[in-house]
Design a protein around this ligand. Structure first.
Ligand code: UDP
Ligand code: MG
Length: 156
């Protein structure tokens, strides 16, 4: 199954939204394959957002991402990138649709609660940036046959 890297950014942690956001992913049926609380170093933040280097918001973005602990999550599921990006909503809360994480929990045009990988290639690199192979767990959830139809030998 596909995996993606999710970061609950420092504003999510400081505002006590960790549980709310993780609950949404759990209730959707997405599987947590890895999870930890950590501080992102400036060097890793620069690397993670390298594609935005030179843009006017780059320096403040790095400051934001290194301003406190974050929760790092690896989520697993079919079409995980589409599904998780849709749940996150548009980049900033003032624009994001109600019903999305950014749309329901934020209104800022700088702080935006959550990061999610935007393609399978990016996801692979981003998961490897934050997790060692042995920090990603393979296990079966008891509810798995009720999340996906497994009767044909594939998860549908
Ligand atoms: N960002 C910002 N100002 C902008 C655009 C982006 O501060 O005008 C930050 C914001 O934290 C965003 C991150 O840069 O989440 C990465 O931008 P991207 O366009 O990839 O948005 P995302 O994929 O997170 O929705
Ligand atoms: Mg992005």
């Amino acid at each position: 199954m596909d995996r993606t890297l999710i970061i609950l950014k420092p504003d999510s942690v400081q505002r006590g939204l960790i549980g709310n956001i993780i609950t949404r992913f759990e209730q959707k049926g997405l599987k947590i394959a890895g999870m930890k609380l950590a501080c992102i170093s400036p060097a890793v933040a620069h690397e993670h957002y390298a594609m935005h280097k030179g843009k006017p918001f780059y320096d403040s973005l790095v400051t934001f991402m290194t301003s406190g602990p974050v929760v790092l999550l690896v989520l697993e599921g079919n079409n995980i990138i589409d599904v998780s990006r849709k749940m996150m909503g548009a980049t900033f809360g003032f624009k994001a649709e109600p019903g999305t994480i950014r749309g329901d929990f934020g209104v800022s045009s700088a702080f935006n609660l959550i990061h999610g990988s935007d393609s399978p290639e990016t996801a692979k690199a981003e998961v490897a940036r934050f997790f060692k192979p042995d920090e990603l767990l393979e296990f079966n959830r008891a509810m798995e046959p009720w999340i996906y139809d497994l009767s044909n030998g594939i998860a549908q």
